[in-house]
Design a protein around this ligand. Structure first.
Ligand SMILES: Cc1cc2nc3c(=O)[nH]c(=O)nc-3n(C[C@H](O)[C@H](O)[C@H](O)COP(=O)(O)OP(=O)(O)OC[C@H]3O[C@@H](n4cnc5c(N)ncnc54)[C@H](O)[C@@H]3O)c2cc1C
Length: 597
């Protein structure tokens, strides 16, 4: 930890986010919405203009929707439903559905330039009153070693010196921060400054990516689907993009003269879009897929590194998120998604700690949950990258190995929970309780502790308006309690509901104000029901009562909840925290006691 930070013009902030890519912006947005005093700096003068990430997976779209931003993304994004697979000499081996998750609310991948995503998140941040400071770079960071200071929730144990890069004479500013989030990408300055090692390897896979608009005489029939092309000695992946553009990922190799033999570094001067298009031309033949120089928007060459940081936090005060803590192949379309979801996981935990509601044990769950996910991602990526590499296959066969490598489609499907983000399941911890009194870990419920809330449509009782339950779990920093009331018109059920409301009133009075939002989902026998039929605690607002009666299918059945009802707690990031039988408010109290002060 550096001790070179000297005083200049000190200022104080609760959280300093370094890096305004997808991870930093999502984190700053979550914090700003929770009312946390946050600053975000980036050394680049502008957001990404072209290229970089372009695939947004179903769970990430749900997360954006929870911030009210999915429409903005989907407005101009391309939607991908199908993957086609071509063998040598462009023989189509078939087409399959890309997203095979029955509960996906958005059953497609959206493709859109990373800059658009950064613009959407940046605009949302601005609405919360936070401005991205750029071009601004940190020059030194000093994390206190005083244990008392580190434990003091009101202390500012991190000093960061930041410099405006567009003002020659500008004095450096000394920022005192309670927490720092390093979201500064794969070459993270924060990670290096705090000596956090990356674990894993640089692979031998050299790839290029190129974005362009094909000419009208191109005739490759699957250019509006994802297409994997396993040509003789090159693997290519085509991604359909917004505005009629496409991206090609093209496998290169050291024999292409790209890797400097002495330094082992990539020598991109050896490379040009023309050379790349020439390789692609051969792979796509007999089809034609071509462009003109002015229609090439962006290109890059990269070596795949499959690495995860040894830790995602230092002393529970400095956190790293996104590419700063994991790198892998971009072809799987994961990096931006995982980065956004890291930040989505971290933001509310920081907010709760800063408010004094929770202690550091809550912060520890960030690394617990997201590092295990990053390791799963690397496992997928290894399989995916190897299976996709025509050069790796050719080499193994030439060496006499009897190889049976899985194709990229198999890898994508086998790891669908990772690649779509839909079936992520956080392991039991203080915030992800094991369901009580169940013989197996899922219990009778199909709602699963540790997984996200699957979408279902209910009717809002007051105006019979269809509402997706996911839209009740907005990213506003609050836990949500869903009371599956059972039948409120049955005399027995009403009696137990009255007892429930007394217990719930007591719990709500113990919890910090604003921590828990209550929603009720009624199982009523007839639709004569009004929202006033529910006890007042269960209807804090007329928009809180919903009715399981929509033609799209009863929600109770979909979640495996019987007419006796249930209590379900959702975490602020939309994952099921705990499920208890209706009436077991004490179990909900115990759940919160595990991590709230
Ligand atoms: C060719 C290619 C294709 C890809 N395709 C996909 C895809 O389809 N889907 C997908 O999900 N991911 C994809 N990715 C990966 C994706 O781009 C990254 O995983 C994602 O951008 C990571 O987000 P991040 O916020 O963690 O980091 P970044 O996007 O790298 O953002 C880091 C930010 O920090 C700033 N910064 C860096 N250092 C400093 C510093 N010292 N001080 C201040 N600011 C700093 C940078 O300017 C940048 O704005 C692709 C990547 C590449 C290269």
């Amino acid at each position: 930890m550096s001790s070179t930070v000297e005083s200049s013009t000190p200022s104080k902030v609760d959280v300093l986010v370094i890096g305004a890519g997808p991870a930093g912006l999502t984190c700053a947005l979550g914090l700003a919405k929770a009312g946390v005093n946050v600053r975000i700096v980036d050394h680049s003068p502008t957001k990404v203009q072209s290229g970089h990430a372009d695939g947004v997976m179903p769970r990430t779209i749900e997360v954006l929707q929870s911030h009210g931003l999915a429409d903005a993304l989907l407005k101009d994004a391309n939607q991908v439903y199908t993957i086609s697979n071509y063998n040598y000499e462009a023989d189509c081996a078939g087409r399959v559905t890309m997203i095979n998750e029955p509960t996906a609310r958005y059953p497609f991948a959206a493709t859109q330039n990373q800059g658009v995503m950064e613009g959407i998140l940046g605009d949302a941040l601005l609405k919360e009153g936070a401005v991205i400071e750029r071009p601004v770079r940190p020059t030194a960071i000093d994390l206190s070693t005083d244990e008392n200071e580190l434990k003091d929730p009101d202390a500012y144990p991190i000093k960061v010196r930041v410099k405006k890069l567009n003002e020659e004479e500008a004095a450096e500013e000394l920022v005192h921060a309670k927490y720092v989030v390093g979201a500064d990408g794969a070459h993270s300055w924060v990670r290096r400054a705090l000596n956090v090692p990356m674990e894993g390897e640089q692979t031998a896979h050299v790839w290029a990516a190129i974005d362009f608009t094909p000419t009208p005489d191109s005739n490759f029939p699957d250019w509006r689907n994802i297409a994997t092309v396993n040509a003789k000695d090159v693997g290519i992946m085509l991604i359909p993009r917004e505005g009629g553009k496409i991206r090609l990922y093209v496998e290169l190799g050291s024999e292409d003269g790209l890797v400097n033999a002495e330094s082992g570094r990539l020598d991109s001067a050896q490379f040009s879009p023309d050379r790349l298009l020439e390789i692609a031309k051969k792979a796509f033949a007999p089809f034609v897929l071509k462009t003109t120089p002015e229609n090439v928007e962006w290109w890059t060459v990269y070596v795949i590194g499959q690495r995860v940081a040894s830790t995602f936090s230092v002393k529970d005060r400095v956190f790293i998120a996104g590419d700063a803590c994991h790198t892998h192949s971009p072809k799987g379309g994961q990096g931006m998604n995982v980065s956004i979801n890291d930040a989505h996981n971290l933001a509310w935990k920081l907010a709760y700690t800063i408010r004094g509601w929770a202690g550091t044990s809550l912060l520890d769950t960030y690394e617990f949950e997201r590092r295990s996910f990053a390791l799963e991602l690397i496992a997928f990526d290894k399989w995916f990258a190897e299976g996709f590499s025509a050069k790796a296959r050719a080499k193994l066969i030439a060496e006499g190995n009897n190889v049976d490598l899985p194709g990229p489609l198999e890898a994508f499907r086998a790891f669908s929970s990772v690649t779509t983000g839909i079936r992520i399941r956080y392991a039991p911890s203080i915030i992800t309780a094991t369901a009580p009194d169940k013989t197996d870990e899922n219990g009778p419920y199909t709602l699963t502790v540790g997984k996200r809330l699957p979408p279902q449509v209910v009717l809002r009782v007051a105006d019979r308006r269809p509402v997706n339950v996911q839209d009740l779990c907005l990213s506003n920093g609050r836990f949500k309690l869903f009371v599956f009331t059972g039948d409120v018109l049955s005399a027995d059920d009403i009696q137990s509901l009255n007892k429930l409301t007394t217990d719930l009133d007591a719990l709500l009075s113990e919890l910090p104000k604003g921590l828990l939002e209550v929603f009720s989902i009624i199982k009523a026998k007839d639709d004569a029901i009004t929202y006033m039929d529910v006890p007042q605690t269960l209807r804090p607002h007329w928009t809180s009562i919903h009715f399981d009666g929509h033609a799209s299918g009863p929600v109770y059945d979909a979640y495996g909840i019987n007419r006796e009802g249930a209590l379900v707690v959702f975490r602020p990031d939309g994952y099921v925290g705990t499920i208890t039988p209706l009436g077991e408010v004490e179990l909900v109290r115990q759940y919160f006691r595990q991590f709230l002060k």
